[in-house]
Design a protein around this ligand. Structure first.
Ligand code: MOS
Length: 742
């Protein structure tokens, strides 16, 4: 009876589809007050005055908080940031009268009803003094500078140092391509809006339902900035309606909800609307310049990737952009750089394969151009430059089955039917294009603590503070835990989404299965030892001389290997423990020191077919196949969902999503789902996912690398390459608009 590897449907699926799942804004606690936030309409400057009298006169309005009457908090004088904060000074709502970006929250109205609070927001009169601002990356290129270093940069180091002599090698190589790629801003737009319901329990105690990707991150934030004891702050997020990175940092609705609850000693909910979701973090604008050179046989000789990205004036948000080509391809001469330009916008925040998806688009399109120049098949060029060890660090991979990804996906797709000549393949009045690209993503693993125990009914109780942002975490963790003791899924309860449970980092980076999953295995092994010790104490115990390595667990029994008749029931062991749950709490730390000698990566290969109307140039992605190498797949069903969803993001990034900035106003203009385009069902055709076998005995206890973002990274380039194949046109910005093909 093994649960790992089974295609199991989400255990909480019925709660989601029947509407019984409660999200942060759904907790209708008694005597609830509602907050509505007012946002700045200018981009940079100062508030001269705020007149709240009309708003306060509206029946049902309880209070209006502004920078003039907000409570004094230690936070406003100390340097406190959240777990995912980049180096710099975190933005503090209502700190003073300074406006740092358009949409900055400047007031909170608290009323008896949400509608009253929103109505009152229109009655607040604010006078501003406006100052000159800069919001365009391409107009401020000369301001590019290195990113500051800080705690959060541990996961985002600067790009590798140069090798050899790039300029010389590039000049002397017979084949070379120089490209420039531009990406505009994107916003996460999870379905669930940002909301926090704070229950004021008295005695400085709070129970907080927050829309977050990290319950403990929100707990630490609240405790620190409001000067509360950690144990008095409980943050719950049992259901999260998508995050995509937007919930990695505590957002301002949390601050406002808690501030109002503490000040008014009442229960307070603050919900942000769709437009307000555009005021606290985005995928940054990026400009990339690449130069790749090769020998006549296609072997790369020189790689250069220079990236310029935006950040805010107060924090240095960095992502990994410039290094990915050299994690995929060897070359003796390299030159990489990553620079930031501070602009008068809010700090960017990780969004769906941050950095990697932007970088891989540029890299894999540049490789495609090189393949055309060499008159070589794009897949053959990748295979010719296949790296058996990580060229950027000279470290071996813990495992790498990328070659299988290429070959299996190519076969499934029918890549060998491709005529390489651009515009040569047609179907009626449609141009057909085939494109391919490579994907790579870090196999992250974070420290996690897991509590695991057996209760009097013989049920396994497992606890960790992680959220499940829609990825299938509950199901996957239940499967992993069940297998440790040979139990069925209904004999296991996985408790999560609660800051009171043992430590978890925020849920991001496709790291949770490796992090909490491995911690479950480690904790289970400790519990087994504890159970055996207790089993030995039972009178006439049949296991009194047994060693742990000879003991098996299944169906609620522990027994001697090869002697199923020699067993002790787990319920009897708990009985002997006076019926009290036998449990243990252990840290599953990534064995960072052992793994320092290795490169830990997931890989993918994507093959895409586009159909382009010959006259109208409308683009449809008709087929896409992605093969993924990500170690062991715990649940093929939820993993396939992860990759399929990621492929949809890839289509979205390539053809639909962009936040449009009005440079005269310094303001985003399409802050709604009507004008911020994402694909609808009719835009999504045939998507296929293949998981190639990849046995990884080094990476962690489970051999898992995690899936999610790896499904996205290759898709935009594969689509752009397919569009080139169909039309002969290279469009070097995303999203690609069909009118650019006219
Ligand atoms: Mo993410 S951008 O891994 O939440």
């Amino acid at each position: 009876m093994t649960q790992i590897g089974k295609a199991i449907s989400r255990l909480e699926g019925w709660q989601k589809v029947t509407g019984s799942a409660k999200y942060a804004g759904d907790y209708n606690v008694p005597d609830l007050l509602y907050g509505y936030v007012v946002n700045s309409t200018i981009t940079k400057g100062h508030i001269i005055s705020i007149d709240t009298s009309d708003a306060l006169a509206l029946p049902g309005v309880i209070k209006v908080f502004t920078h003039q009457n907000r409570p004094g908090l230690a936070w406003f004088d100390i340097m406190y940031t959240d777990m995912d904060a980049p180096p710099g000074t975190v933005f503090k709502p209502l700190h003073d009268n300074e406006i740092k970006y358009n949409g900055q929250p400047v007031a909170l109205i608290v009323a008896e009803r949400f509608e009253i609070a929103r109505e009152a927001s229109a009655l607040i009169k604010i006078k501003y003094e406006e100052m000159h601002f800069e919001t365009r990356l391409d107009r401020n290129i000369e301001k590019g500078r290195n990113a500051k270093k800080g705690l959060a940069t541990a996961l985002k180091p600067p790009p590798p140092k140069p090798k050899g002599d790039f300029s010389l090698a590039y000049d002397e190589s017979p084949f070379k391509v120089a490209t420039e790629y531009r990406h505009s801003t994107e916003h996460h737009n999870p379905m669930e809006l940002f909301a926090t319901t704070t229950v004021y329990e008295g005695d400085g105690k709070l129970t907080i339902y927050d829309k977050t990707q990290g319950t403990i991150n929100s707990q630490i934030y609240v405790a620190n900035i409001f000067g509360l004891h950690f144990k008095d702050v409980r943050v719950l997020a049992p259901f999260v309606g998508g995050g995509f990175g937007s919930g990695l940092r505590p957002q301002y609705q949390l601050f406002f909800s808690v501030m109002a609850a503490l000040e008014l000693k009442r229960n307070v909910r603050v919900t942000l609307d769709r437009k307000q979701m555009y005021s606290f973090g985005h995928r940054p604008q990026v400009i990339q310049k690449l130069r790749f050179a090769a020998e006549t046989n296609g072997k790369l000789t020189a790689l250069s990737h220079l990236a310029l990205s935006e950040t805010s004036q107060f924090e240095d948000y960095a992502e990994l952009v410039a290094e990915w080509s050299h994690k995929l391809y060897p070359a003796n001469n390299t030159l990489f750089s990553y620079k930031l330009v501070p602009l008068d916008l809010y700090t960017p925040i990780d969004m769906r394969a941050p950095g990697g998806s932007t970088a891989l688009h540029a890299i894999e399109c540049t490789m495609d151009e090189l393949a055309y120049q060499l008159k070589m098949d794009p897949l053959e060029l990748r295979l010719k430059n296949y790296a058996e060890i990580d060229p950027s660090t000279d470290k071996p991979f813990t495992s790498k089955a990328l070659k299988d990804c290429y070959l299996k996906a190519a076969e499934k797709f029918g890549w060998n039917e491709r005529n390489p000549e651009p515009g040569s393949m047609t179907h009626g009045n449609k141009l057909i294009g085939y494109g391919m690209a490579t994907g790579i993503w870090d196999a992250y693993q974070f420290p996690a603590r897991v509590e695991i125990g057996v209760n009097a009914e013989g049920k396994l109780l497992v606890n960790n503070a992680t959220t499940d942002i829609g990825t299938g975490t509950l199901t996957v963790m239940t499967q992993i835990a069940a297998d440790q003791f040979g139990l069925s899924l209904d004999e296991v309860t996985f408790g999560y989404g609660d800051s009171k449970k043992p430590f978890s980092m925020f849920q991001g980076g496709s790291a949770m299965t490796a992090s909490t999953g491995s911690a479950i295995v480690i904790a289970a092994n400790v519990l087994k030892k504890k159970l055996l010790d207790k089993a030995k104490e039972i009178t006439n115990s049949p296991l009194k001389d047994a060693e742990l390595k000879d003991v098996m667990f299944t169906h609620g029994r522990m027994y001697l290997k090869n002697q199923v008749e020699v067993y002790v029931m787990l319920t009897d062991i708990v009985q002997a423990n006076k019926g009290k749950t036998i449990k243990t709490t252990n840290l599953g730390a990534p064995h960072m020191f052992d793994l320092r000698k290795y490169s830990k990566m997931t890989h993918s290969a994507a093959f895409v077919e586009v159909e382009i109307d010959k006259d109208l140039k409308t683009i449809t992605v008709t087929r896409a196949v992605t093969a993924v190498a990500a170690g062991k797949i715990i649940n093929p069903k939820t993993a396939t969902s992860q990759i399929t969803g990621s492929m949809v993001w890839g289509i979205s990034k390539a053809l639909y999503e962009e936040t449009i900035l009005d440079e005269n106003l310094g303001k985003y203009m399409n802050m709604n789902l009507g004008e911020y385009h994402i694909p609808v069902h009719a835009d999504i055709k045939q998507l296929e996912v293949i998981f190639v076998e990849e046995k990884d005995e080094l990476i962690n206890e489970l051999g898992v690398k995690g899936v999610g973002e790896i499904g996205l990274v290759a898709i935009p380039a594969a689509i752009a390459n397919a569009i080139f194949h169909a039309t002969g046109k290279r469009i070097n910005n995303l999203p690609i608009h069909f009118d650019e093909l006219l």
